[in-house]
Each structure stands twice: as C-alpha cells, then as structure tokens.
Write a protein that binds this ligand. Structure first.
Ligand code: ADP
Ligand code: MG
Length: 704
C-alpha cells in the first residue's frame, strides 16, 4: 500500500469503524456516530464498543476483528493508553488508515507513545492523521467523521487546520461568511500526516479548487515546500504565532515550535503560497482563490458609482502594492459614453451616483473584453434609486456574455439588506463579493500575489553550484582539527572565496616586521585586525584599524591591536594580526545565515553597517536561493532605493549583489552539516559594473 492509498482511505473512506463509539450523549464517541449518520455517509459504519449491542441503531462490535466486512478507515476515540493495542488490532484487520481523535499524546508530553503508535501503524502500511484532532469532514463524500457540528457550507476550498477548536468555529462560520469548503481536515499533533501530505493529496483531489492552511508550527519544512511548489492549485496560508508572544502560546498549545515570521514568509514565497494576515483575511482570500482565475498583469480597472469607495479602493490598492494606471485613451473615450458628463473615465472609473444598471452593464461588458484589461473590480454604493440585485445580475450577465474566463472579477457592494442579498447572490453565482471596497481589493491582491508568486517559484527549479565544496571542507576540517568551532576571518574568507565570492586580500602576520612586509606587498592603505577565535566582534575589542597608511602606522597599529586584545580578554588565543587590502568605500550591506528548526539553512540580506540591529531592514530566504528570488530580495528591503541610487548617487551593482546572494546561499546550503551561523558584514557594494567586496566574514561551525 502506498502513502496515497492510505491517505485516500483517511480522506475518502469507503467504510469506517469508530473505535470508542458510545450511546451516551455528550461523549465524542456519540457525536462522531451521530455526525456520520447525519451527514448521510453512504459507506458502512461500524461502531466498536465491547459493552454495547447497538449504537444509535447500528450494530456494534466488540473489536474491529469482529467486523465482517473490510474497513477503510478507523476513527480512534479510545484513551491514549489503549492506542497501541487498538492500532495493532486495526493493522491485523487490514484497516488502511487511522483518524486518531484521541488526545493524551505529545501535547501532554507523551511523545514516545505517539511515535510508537505511528511506527506500529506504518508496519501495517497505515498512515496516522492526528492524534488530538477533531476529525475529517467532506461534502463531496458526505462524510462528517468528526465531532464538529455539521458539514461546512459546500464550496471549492479545503481547509487543513492545526487547531481543532478553530476548525470547529470556522466550520459553522462558513455559513455566515458564505465561504464554501468541500473539506475540513484537522491535523492536530501531526505525528505522521503533515501539511506536505495534505497539500499533495488535496492538489490531486478533483473536488478541491483551492487549499487553505492554518499553521501553528511545521516540522518538515522542506517537504512542505516541495509539495506546495509542485501543486497546481492556489494555496493560502495563515501562520499564527509570528510574534514573540504568539510563538510561546503556540508552543505550549500544540507542542510544536513556531518558526520565525520572516522565515515562514520567505518559505511561503519560495513555495508559491499566498499568505493571509488574519482570520477575516483568510476567508476573504479563500473566496477569491476558489472562485476566480489569477490576476496576470497589473492593469486593474475599478468601476464605481461613488467617489468615496473609489478612493478607499485606491488607498487599499496602494497598501497591497497594486499600481493603478489609467486605461488607454480609446478605452477612456468608450467608457465616457456610459456615464454623465461629470463622470470620470480615469481609474477608478466613476459612473456616478446617477448610474443605473445600464451604465454598469455597458461599462463592465466593454472593459472586460478589452485586451488592455487584466482584472476588474466593481464597486457599488447603495442608492435610493437603484436596485442592488438588478445591478448584481446585470454585471454578472455582462461578464458571462463577454465569454472572458481568464480575467478575475471582484465586487464590493456597500449598503444594507438589499446589498447584502446581492452580495450573497453574486457569491452563489461564482463572483467574490464583499461589503467593503478594500476587501474587494484584498481579493484582487490575493489573485495577483498568486500569479506572481507562482511565476517566481517556477524560476527556482534549476540548481547549478558555483562552489568548490571540497576546498571549503578542507578549511573547516583544519579549524576542527585545531579544536575550534568557529573560523577566523581569514579562514571564513577562504570558504567564501571557494564559493566564488569576492573577498579582500588578507594575510596573517605574527610580528611587526612581518606586518610591514605584508603591508608593502598588498599596497597602502591597509586594514589591520586582530585574529583570535576568542574575539568574534573585533571592533568591540579595539581590534580593527582601518586606513593604515605607512610602515610606521603598521608598527603602531600592530602594537595597539595586540594591547587592546589583551585588555579585552587576557586569556584570548591570539593567532596574530591580519593585514588586509583596504576596500574602497561602498554601500554597506549584510549577508547572513542561520539554521531554522523547520526549514534548515536560511539566509538573510539587508542593509548593513552599525545600525543593522536597530533598523532590522532585512529579508530572508530558505536556501538555496534562486537568481529570481535573489533579485526579489534586493527590492524587498525598505532601503531598496539606496541600492537603486538616491540623491545623485550612481546605482549600486545589484547584479553582482544578487549573484553573491545566490553563491552565499549555495555555500550555506551545501555546508548545512558544518555551518551553524555565518555572516558577511559588511559587504561593500560599488556602483554598477564595479561589483563588490566582502570586507568581513564570520562562520560559526556546528558542534560535532
Ligand atoms: P567586526 O568584527 O567588528 O565586525 P570588521 O572586520 O567588520 O570587524 O571591521 C569593522 C569595520 O571596519 C567594518 O564595518 C568596515 O566598515 C571596516 N572595514 C573592515 N575591513 C575592511 C576592509 N578590508 N576594507 C575597508 N573597510 C573595512
Ligand atoms: Mg563586521
């Protein structure tokens, strides 16, 4: 049995056993049987309970081994202490997958028991969903194998949630929010079936059109990213626990560690996953992603009958980074025909409060077919003289009649009950409609982010290293043989150079005369720095002298550096003083790497210099970083304009910088077993065509 066969059994069981079924109302074992019956599940249901003859009118069995027919999935509701015994019985019976609602495992510190259950299940080819979950719900399979009250409002989305309580709450709220889901999957402790498995399975599921994830923490980040990269359906994720406070709450909540916000954002981007910022945002975006095609291109036209909502939409567009441009003159001229004299054909197109259904229909019908347009947002303010439902139907008809299916449309109606009814009608007829203009723009932003993110993720497939791993390993082994778990700047720069990065020339001196000779060899001016594995922040120790201009200066610097180092740390192991080529002034940036518990080696880029810790103007990626992603990193930081050249300064060599990011990422990716942390701070970046220079390098090794 392959993984997919077992997942099929868990998500679409042909027959189901409920171990721990109960006749007592209020028990989970009672709810699950009730829910299976109420959802009109069509396969056989086998309640398992040694003390009962019948449960809710169904014949009960003492054990799965007594069940006459095959069992596809078994729902486990027994106390944790019986988990292993029951798993074994299921395995012997030939059950294909386990839905473990039971709690009392890793979330209570019983991690070993959880591992043992999974190991045992795998021995029989069974996958385990859970434990500590609400269950599985599927409209298309008429399956409510959970203790959530009802099947969700039918629709195209599938939700995978790490929080059970939230899943139950979201379940009923699908009706009031009018966002339809085909499946709700509770993933709980994620002992076996994880987000990656769910994404792969749902991507192949014909009843799912968009995948929505509520993530607290993820274990195998790389597997998850791979599954998402391969997916052909939109994936939307809400990651909670991104604040320092939230991370602590999430950790105690599910027993899993929440990764850092920036790293998750990076991973989502690289894997082609659209992000939601909060719960409302999640529902609003889910609706758009299930109902509409991606927004491919930036030519978004807003049509409105009110200036106010038009301005609010414009503000929202800016917030979401959607540039609004005016339509070409011919489009404007045509649109002008469908509005009064004082209307505006710019963007937003204001057909004015005088607009009836006709003007909406004519302008929408015309605009959607025009090759210039990539997406359409229709805004409406309820007025006394117009009928929202008539406008909704008119707009929908105009779009249908255009025959255009690959351009997204989102709508906002602001008003009372009549507008609300029109919104409901639109959603039921496949158009995402909202009660506020900024929410309609948010929907369009999600469709735009999806298109962009997929495009970027696609460029990330090729990997061609520019590094010499063997040479780098030799240097690392040298330091290890020396009993160290950090490299000196000289060694670190050699590793960087082995990966093709441009570093300053540096040579170690162990005497004043030596230093003078090397300085003359390198050429004045030079930089001199302390070399000691015990002094990582050299400036703090008074261990850096820049712009040393002559022999006398070298002698003085040599003595001062050694004296300062001694004062800073008397017992420091000092290798000597490095004499270094003085790199010309350039824009200081920082590159760095850390090992993330979820995603492994990740890297950072940002504006460097002494304020880096204060400004925190940095952006992350999971390594290796593709050339496309490296370029994106350069535009993501707040200080991006500095690289583009401000106040008469020439633009910096962004090509060289992006190239260095790629190389750096390859270094930390290929040496993931060796490097625990690293940074290049500063990297001095010069004007276009003049490349850059790594002026300082640091590598901390993993302890072995
Ligand atoms: P630290 O260990 O304190 O980070 P650095 O090697 O980064 O020490 O040196 C401190 C500062 O000196 C750098 O931020 C940079 O401005 C300057 N600097 C260091 N090395 C060079 C060099 N080779 N060329 C030019 N400037 C340098
Ligand atoms: Mg430094």
């Amino acid at each position: 049995m392959d993984i997919f066969e077992s997942l099929d059994a868990i998500f679409q069981p042909k027959s189901i056993a409920v171990i721990g079924a109960s006749n007592r109302a209020g028990k989970i074992g009672h709810s699950v049987i009730t829910n299976l019956i109420d959802s009109k599940y069509e396969g056989p249901i086998y309640p398992i309970n040694p003390k009962e003859e019948q449960i809710l009118g169904l014949k009960a069995y003492a054990s799965v081994s007594d069940v006459p027919g095959d069992i596809d999935a078994a729902v486990l509701i027994v106390p944790a202490k019986f988990a292993l015994q029951v798993t074994k019985e299921c395995g012997e019976k030939g059950v294909k997958g386990l839905i473990v609602i039971a709690s009392g495992f890793s979330e209570m510190g019983k991690t070993d028991l959880e591992h043992e259950m999974v190991k045992l299940a795998h021995g029989y080819g069974m996958k385990v969903l859970g434990p500590n979950i609400v269950g599985v719900l599927s409209n298309s399979d008429k399956l409510n194998a959970s203790f959530a009250p009802c099947l969700p409002l039918p629709g195209g989305a599938a939700l995978v949630s790490q929080s059970g309580a939230l899943l139950i709450a979201m379940d009923t709220s699908t009706y009031t929010r009018r966002v339809g889901f085909d499946k709700l999957i509770s993933i709980g402790n994620m002992s076996d079936v994880d987000f990656g498995d769910c994404v792969s399975w749902l991507d192949a599921d014909e009843n799912t059109s968009a995948i929505t994830l509520y993530i607290e923490g993820n274990r195998d980040g790389r597997k998850f990213m791979k599954a998402a990269q391969k997916a052909t359906k939109p994936i939307l994720a809400l990651k909670s626990g991104i604040s320092a406070h939230g991370a602590a709450a999430a950790a105690s909540h599910t027993g899993s560690l929440a990764g850092a916000a920036k790293v998750y954002s990076a991973a989502f981007q690289q894997a082609g996953i659209v992000q939601a910022t909060d719960l409302n945002n999640l529902f609003d975006r889910t609706l758009a992603l299930t109902l509409q095609p991606p927004l491919r291109g930036d030519n978004l036209l807003i049509i409105t009958n009110g200036g106010g909502v038009g301005v609010l939409a414009t503000d929202a567009a800016e917030r979401y980074g959607i540039p609004l441009t005016f339509a070409p003159k011919d489009v404007q001229a045509e649109l002008k025909k469908h509005m009064p004299e004082f209307g505006s054909a710019k963007n937003p197109v204001d057909v004015t409060g005088m607009a009836g259904t006709d003007w909406y229909v004519e302008s929408c019908g015309y605009a959607i077919t025009h090759p210039w347009l990539d997406g359409l947002v229709v805004l409406y303010c309820e007025t006394a003289v117009t009928d929202p439902m008539e406008i909704a139907k008119g707009v929908k008809q105009a779009i249908d009649q255009s025959g255009i299916k690959d351009k997204p449309v989102a709508i906002s109606f602001v008003g009372g009950e009549r507008s609300d009814a029109a919104i409901r009608w639109l959603v039921e007829n496949g158009i995402p409609a909202y009660d506020a203009p900024d929410t309609a723009i948010n929907a369009m932003a999600a469709l735009r982010e999806y298109a962009k993110i997929k495009e970027n993720a696609a460029g990330a497939t090729e990997y061609k290293t520019s590094g010499n791993r063997e040479a780098a390993l030799k240097i690392i082994e040298g330091a290890r043989a020396d009993g160290r778990d950090s490299l000196t700047e000289i060694e670190a720069k050699l590793v960087f150079a082995a990966y093709g990065m441009s570093v300053t020339k540096n040579i170690l001196s162990t005497s004043e005369d030596d230093a003078v000779r090397l300085a003359n060899e390198i050429g004045y001016p030079v930089v001199m720095k302390i070399v000691s594995p015990d002094i990582l922040h050299k400036s703090d120790a008074g261990g850096v002298k820049v712009n040393v201009k002559d022999d006398a200066g070298v002698r003085e610097a040599y003595q001062t550096i050694l004296k300062n180092a001694k004062a800073y740390k008397a017992d420091a192991d000092v290798h000597g003083v490095v004499v270094q080529e003085m790199a010309p002034w350039g824009t200081e940036v920082i590159l760095g790497s850390v090992n993330d518990p979820t995603f492994g080696p990740t890297m950072m880029f940002g504006l460097g210099g002494i304020f880096v810790e204060v400004l925190k103007d940095v952006t992350f990626r999971v390594t290796p970083v593709s050339p496309v992603q490296a370029k994106n990193m350069l535009t993501e930081i707040n200080g991006a304009p500095i690289l583009e050249g401000v106040r008469g300064e020439a633009p910096r060599d962004r090509k060289a910088l992006a190239d260095t990011i790629v190389k750096y990422s390859q270094m930390v990716y290929e040496l993931a077993d060796e490097i625990s942390e690293s940074d290049a701070n500063p990297v001095l970046v010069y004007e276009d065509g003049k490349a850059l220079k790594v002026a300082d390098a640091r590598i901390i090794l993993k302890k072995k």
